[in-house]
Design a protein around this ligand. Structure first.
Ligand code: MLT
Length: 258
């Protein structure tokens, strides 16, 4: 699977994976803030943005293999820092399980290591069927939007929400259904966390309604080298909702890695 991507800047490599059902533009502000010191690679995960959308489910491991394939295609042999938001974080954890020696750092952003409950997995299948019946991403978008943003984003930066809605609605039916079914399949990676040897930044938004802060706290406590940063004025899409604080936190973490 050949992924669409942007590759900006020079220096040690940082790869950032977007959430569901978004695309690489989620990281626009972070790319701008990091590219003076780092080589920042932002792919569109399969089924999203400009990447291909095959039919069928997208296991997180397959998406992690896509990312490994992209690094190979770019002839990047040295270990990288990999960050992922929400579904991108599930993919980053699958990558860490499969390719531990290719990492020098990990950033788990608005994400969690736990699996879906049986009810949540069933709910994703129902949503996938709704999207297929509608012939568009709309049923999922309509359900997600009210839960994605912090109060301050809704009140002070409604234009951010408009951009996200537009982006989500463009995601193909196969892409949305494939990602939903793939997320439902993902294993519980909580026990993996204790074996992650690289320094790991756990970052989340103070008002994330989809993934409560307790999930982030639990991950930080289990990680041997975990650090937790909670960003104010941000819900589930921290990099977009409070881009300055997010970029500053990421830069501080990256610079400390050396
Ligand atoms: C995401 O933002 O990537 C999704 O909300 C993750 C999920 O549905 O578990």
């Amino acid at each position: 699977m050949q992924l669409a991507y942007h590759d900006n800047g020079t220096g040690s490599v940082v790869v950032l994976l977007h959430g569901f059902p978004l695309d690489r533009s989620l990281w626009k502000a972070q790319v701008a803030g990091l590219q003076g010191r780092y080589r920042v690679i932002v792919p569109d995960l399969r089924g999203h943005g400009d990447s291909p959308s095959p039919a069928g489910s997208y296991p997180m491991e397959a998406m992690a293999d896509d990312v490994a394939g992209l690094l190979e295609a770019l002839k990047i042999g040295e270990p990288v820092v990999l960050g992922g938001l929400s579904m991108g974080g599930y993919v980053a954890l699958a990558f860490a399980a499969r390719y531990a020696d290719r990492l020098r750092g990990l950033m788990l952003i608005n994400t969690k290591a736990s699996a879906d409950s049986p009810e949540a997995a069933q709910g994703r299948e129902t949503q996938a069927k709704e999207v297929e019946a509608a012939g568009s991403a709309d049923p999922v978008v309509d359900k997600m939007i009210p839960k994605l943003f912090a109060e301050s984003t809704r009140k002070q930066r409604p234009e951010v929400i408009e951009v996200v809605v537009e982006q989500m609605r463009k995601t193909s039916v196969d892409g949305v259904a494939g990602a939903l079914r793939g997320m439902a399949l993902r294993p519980d990676r909580t026990t993996d966390l204790a074996g992650i040897k690289v320094p790991t930044l756990v970052l989340t938004g103070e008002e994330d309604q989809l993934i409560p802060i307790e999930e982030s706290r639990r991950m930080m406590e289990t990680l041997p080298k975990g650090e937790l940063i909670v960003i104010p004025k941000a819900g589930h899409l921290t990099p977009l909702e409070n881009p300055e604080a997010t970029t500053t936190a990421i830069l501080k973490y990256l610079d400390a890695l050396g």
